[in-house]
Design a protein around this ligand. Structure first.
Ligand SMILES: Nc1ncnc2c1ncn2[C@@H]1O[C@H](COP(=O)(O)OP(=O)(O)OP(=O)(O)O)[C@@H](O)[C@H]1O
Ligand SMILES: [Mg+2]
Length: 435
């Protein structure tokens, strides 16, 4: 088995970088285990026919099917890597259909399981040029996702491998599109009942992960997947990590710029799950207006735009503000007013209703509160009066035509002006930007 490459590699036009990583320590360990088991006389009998080689313990590989859905894994949630339960199946159990998207940390493929005909999404872990060993971010993503079990968090079914070190894939449920691509196809913003449904699902996933001490650190519309029936699921846990109380220092090179909380922008390394709630606020505003709330062109412009929209903070509304590293370093213009009401609560020119009611504005302001200690939590946001006022939440269904158009557009957001993670902007390696 060692040396045999999977059919998944042969026509892959975009894995040149990934191939550079063959021979990294973890890859070698995986290959060694595989070749040792081949040497054993009874190896073939013990391994299922499609077995592609055992993975290192850190991967927390598991055998499918796991009925009921990941119950055994959820029970073993400790925040530490899951134990090896057995080897992984081969990626050749799946037929490749098309590439959905290529992100910083992985290539996402649409595929069909040969045995069942089920359509799934496979995220191939990218091992970057010059990288030593298996990427820690992918290890975290796999471990965290395998341990989370919530209807609004993408379901990882299994991990499969090919013959090469660059051939490790996360098998996920396949969704029609992501929210960013979907919104790009809409002419008008979603109805208030649909906005409520989207926000309720996003908050429900966020509350669930925060209850388990997981902070996502990259919530944005392209990391929210969307199905025909209106179901929203959070994906891309590449930046996620466990945090603890008392909090420890974490990297400030996280969260895509446009969705980045002010405490991170201003250089604080001691931040909490409240950074996700800031991103949720930005997403809320983006859904009701169909445009990003704070599309900064760099860190300084991002801070400037934030202050211009929400008013420049001070120690009264945000105790400790003046001590933040980038407040001490820079001199920021003073904007006295919060302009959210002007932006979202005015009736349209033609006299149509304002995008947000007073209750909606209250919730948006609570999410975009400067002081992270006073920023609303996901649980409290779910209980907010906004969700109880008329009209009640109603799933936003994709019609077949819109679904097809959105699917064609999925992943296309990379061609549009976007807010890339800072590492892509400043050339730092992805590994250095996450801790
Ligand atoms: N399960 C899925 N079903 C359908 N499409 C998916 C799925 N998972 C990911 N995608 C698509 O692939 C894109 C990239 O996936 P993902 O965000 O996980 O990769 P990444 O490399 O971590 O990306 P980034 O560039 O944001 O860091 C998503 O924005 C989405 O459009
Ligand atoms: Mg992503």
């Amino acid at each position: 088995m060692a040396g045999k490459r999977s059919r998944w590699e042969d026509s892959d036009e975009s894995d040149a970088d990934a191939r550079q990583s063959v021979g990294t320590p973890i890859a070698r360990r995986a290959r060694d285990v595989a070749s040792n088991s081949n040497k054993q006389a009874d190896g073939a009998a013990r391994a299922p026919p499609e077995h592609a080689g055992a993975l290192p313990a850190e991967l927390g590989a598991h055998v499918r099917p796991p009925p009921p859905r990941k119950a055994h894994l959820a029970a073993s949630f400790t925040g530490k890597p899951l134990p090896v339960l057995a080897g992984c199946r081969s990626v050749d159990c799946y037929e490749r259909l098309r590439k959905i998207d290529e992100g910083t940390y992985g290539i996402v493929w649409k595929a069909r399981e040969r045995a069942t005909g089920e359509v799934v999404a496979l995220k191939q872990i990218k091992v970057l040029r010059g990288q030593e060993g298996f990427p820690i971010t992918s290890l975290r993503e796999i471990n965290i996702l395998l341990a989370l079990d919530h209807e609004n968090i993408i379901n990882v079914r299994e991990v499969v491998t090919g013959g090469g070190a660059d051939q490790i894939f996360m098998v996920m449920d396949c969704m029609e599109t992501d929210l960013k691509a979907f919104m790009a196809k809409l002419k008008d913003p979603p109805a208030p009942s649909e906005v409520k449904s989207l926000m309720q699902q996003l908050l429900s996933a966020t509350a669930y992960m925060h209850d388990r001490w997981v902070v996502h650190r990259d919530l944005k519309t392209s990391n929210l997947l969307f199905s025909m029936s209106g179901a929203l699921t959070v994906c891309d846990f590449g930046m996620a990590r466990h945090y603890s109380d008392p909090i420890k220092k974490m990297s400030t090179q996280v969260v895509t710029l446009w969705y980045r909380a002010p405490e991170i922008l201003l250089g604080s390394q001691l931040y909490t799950q409240a950074v996700d709630m800031w991103s949720v606020g930005c997403i809320f505003a983006e859904i009701i207006s169909l445009k990003p709330l704070l599309p900064g062109q760099g860190d300084i412009d991002q801070i400037e735009r934030t202050f211009k929209l929400l008013g420049t903070p001070n120690d009264t509304i945000w105790p400790g503000y003046s001590q933040l590293p980038n407040v001490q370093k820079g001199r920021w213009r003073t904007y006295p007013y919060n302009r959210l009401r002007d932006t979202f609560c005015k009736p349209s020119f033609a006299g149509g209703p304002a995008p947000l009611t007073d209750r909606g504005l209250e919730l948006l302001n609570a999410m975009l509160t400067y002081d992270p200690e006073r920023r609303i939590s996901a649980r409290d946001a779910l209980a907010h009066a906004y969700f109880r006022e008329e009209p009640p939440p109603k799933p936003m269904k994709l019609g077949p035509m819109l679904a097809a158009a959105a699917e064609r557009g999925a992943g296309a957001h990379r061609a549009e002006p976007d807010s890339p993670p800072i590492a892509r902007a400043n050339g730092a390696s992805p590994e250095t930007r996450r801790s």
